[in-house]
Design a binder for this molecule. Structure first.
Ligand code: CA2
Length: 147
């Protein structure tokens, strides 16, 4: 098992820090990446941090993460629409944590359903960039012991 953790970001998360600060805060995606790098290093893990507005990129990156420590996934709006991302997680068996900056359950009803939640290890939402820190920490501290 490689000591790598993958943090994958879906559509429009490249806009973080530029619009809707009332919902998503002032941090940019580069700020989130820096926080993730610090957290991964604290756990002795390499970090791959990516963002795409394209569903197929995310499917490919989930498949590529098979055998790693796991995936922290903020799939953005694809959370609420994507059977393809769900199948990629379930099909690879990669340990995954679904994260969201905002508390999706305090928002519009269409954000209350996730196609991903049933196939991930757990879900963290509502803590801004700290949701990512908690997701990395969860995977790093609950991974199976090596033989
Ligand atoms: O709260 C989250 O992290 C979300 O995954 C963010 C998604 C949204 O569709 C999910 O329901 C919850 C949206 C990401 C868009 O991010 C923006 C950031 C700044 C300005 C505009 C969009």
């Amino acid at each position: 098992m490689s000591d790598t953790i993958h943090v994958l970001n879906g559509p429009n998360l490249n806009l973080l820090g530029t619009r809707e600060p009332g919902i998503y805060g002032a941090a940019t995606l580069a700020d989130v990446e820096a926080l993730c790098r610090t957290t991964a290093a604290q756990h002795g893990l390499e970090l791959v941090f990516r963002q795409s507005n394209h569903e197929g990129d995310l499917v490919g990156w989930i498949q590529a993460a098979a055998g790693s420590v796991g995936v922290v996934l903020n799939a953005g709006a694809y959370t609420h629409t994507s059977v393809a991302l769900r199948d990629a997680i379930a099909g690879t068996g990669v340990p995954a944590v679904e994260v969201h900056l905002s508390n999706v359950f305090a928002r519009e009803p269409f954000r209350h359903h996730s196609y991903l939640s049933p196939v991930v290890r757990g879900v963290i939402c509502g803590f801004g960039p700290q949701s990512y820190v908690l997701g990395i920490t969860a995977l790093a501290t609950t991974r199976p012991a090596r033989p």
